[in-house]
Design a protein around this ligand. Structure first.
Ligand code: SAH
Length: 399
């Protein structure tokens, strides 16, 4: 049995929790001193000791833990975890049955009822991400449930916490048969090389599946494409498969060169017909401007925060300027794909950045389409931050 602590919620926040807000946060709590060991069960009560909800204590940058249940009699035991996982699995049946995709998210944190925990599926391999020491205390519940519920080749895990809230480096093998990495998975019929055993990132960001498909199917034929912050070049591979004249991938991480060559190669694309540039994107913009290079499509998918030798980028503060640099090297009637996973602003604000960027350069644009998270990345409307992905296809209109 896990220890249970009773946490009093300030009256002005009681309704917020009752109506579905999932994150236990400091400001809402009266007796903050009662928090002891991560993984403890937290019973939230109002000032008259009436039950509000039950959750667990786990520190993330976001808060003090997550609400798990609003039913007073519901126990947080293995059958609770099993129930949540069953329900999540049932919502992914069509993905499990897909012929051309075998990489997707099986369990998405608070969107599936347990904040701090995600589970991804890669062609028979399961990858469990633990986002706090607190949720990791429920490791056996999660792994034993999953073991009973699914067929698997192996399970891997990533601990995305230490005392400084950082990623813990380890090979991550949990059980089953160790994989030979990379394993090659499919998404919309496209191959991806996946490494579950090295570092925090596995080779692909699964939440961009629909965006990649759209780039391939509707925007690439005959086009020149600049893919910035390209990582393993996933957008470039889709553009190339969609018939792009040429793609240029830019990322400052040394690993991106070999990883991008690998992604092109396992999809039967001649990588030598494409440019892969290991460089700071902000330098590349200057270079392109000087050389008067222009592209039919420019893809922007920066991290929320990035620091390089010369530049510091924060999506919330600097996205507008990033757009202005991109607009300058986009052909008239070309398309900018502006993407952000920053949860501190919403789509309305993001579109505001786009509007301001074009206004400041006296440019004209039209929004062609928009994307949010795909359905396997479930989010909850009471917690807007969980719906973090915003992607806008923008046409630069000739003035
Ligand atoms: N667009 C990618 C994911 C981007 S992840 C995809 O679809 O898979 C963010 C990437 O930005 C990382 O690979 C990181 O190396 C790169 N990065 C961060 N700052 C950068 C900078 N100033 N210039 C170029 N790349 C940068």
């Amino acid at each position: 049995m896990k220890k249970e602590i009773t946490v009093k919620v300030k009256s002005r926040f009681v309704d917020k929790f009752k109506s579905g807000y999932p994150l236990i946060f400091k400001e809402a709590i009266i007796n903050i001193d009662v928090f002891d060991k991560e993984g403890d069960i937290v019973k939230l009560v109002d000032e008259r000791n009436k039950f509000i909800a039950r959750g667990y204590y786990g520190k993330q940058n976001k808060g003090y833990g997550w609400i798990l249940s609003r039913k007073e009699n519901e126990k947080i035991d293995i059958s609770f975890f099993e129930k949540k996982i069953v329900s999540a699995l049932n919502k992914r049946v069509s993905l499990y049955n897909s012929r051309d995709t075998n990489a997707f998210r099986v369990f998405n944190g608070e969107g599936d009822g347990i904040g701090g925990l995600t589970i991804d599926y890669f062609d028979g391999y399961y990858l469990i991400n633990w986002y706090s020491k607190g949720i990791y205390k429920f490791r056996d519940h999660v792994i034993n449930s999953l073991k009973r519920l699914v067929e698997f080749k192996a399970m891997y895990q990533k601990k995305r916490f230490d005392t400084q809230g950082k990623y813990i480096e380890e090979d991550g093998f949990v059980l089953g048969e160790r994989g030979q990495f990379p394993i090659i998975v499919k998404e919309n019929g496209v191959n991806f090389a996946i490494y579950l055993n090295e570092g925090a990132m596995v080779g692909v960001f699964l939440d961009q599946r629909n965006v990649r498909k759209t780039i391939r199917n509707k925007y690439s034929k005959g086009k020149t494409v600049l893919n910035t912050f390209s990582y393993t070049g996933a957008f470039s591979v889709y553009a190339a498969l969609g018939g792009a004249k040429k793609t240029t991938s830019v990322d400052l991480a040394n690993r991106s060169l070999a990883k991008t060559i690998e992604q092109f190669s396992i999809n039967g694309i001649d990588y030598e017909a494409h440019d892969i540039v290991v460089e700071d994107v902000f330098n590349y913009f200057k270079y392109a401007l000087k050389k008067e290079l222009k592209f039919d499509m420019v893809i922007l998918d920066p991290p929320s925060y990035a620091k390089s030798k010369k530049f510091k980028f924060s999506a919330a503060n600097d996205y507008k300027n990033l757009l202005k640099e991109a607009i300058a090297i986009t052909e008239d009637n070309g398309v900018i794909v502006a993407s952000t996973n920053c949860s501190s602003f919403n789509m309305t604000k993001f579109k505001g950045f786009i509007d301001t960027a074009f206004k400041e350069i006296h440019g004209k644009y039209k929004i062609l389409e928009e994307f949010a998270l795909p359905s396997d990345f479930r989010s909850i409307k009471e917690y807007e931050e969980s719906n973090y992905l915003k992607v806008v296809f923008i046409k630069k209109i000739k003035r």
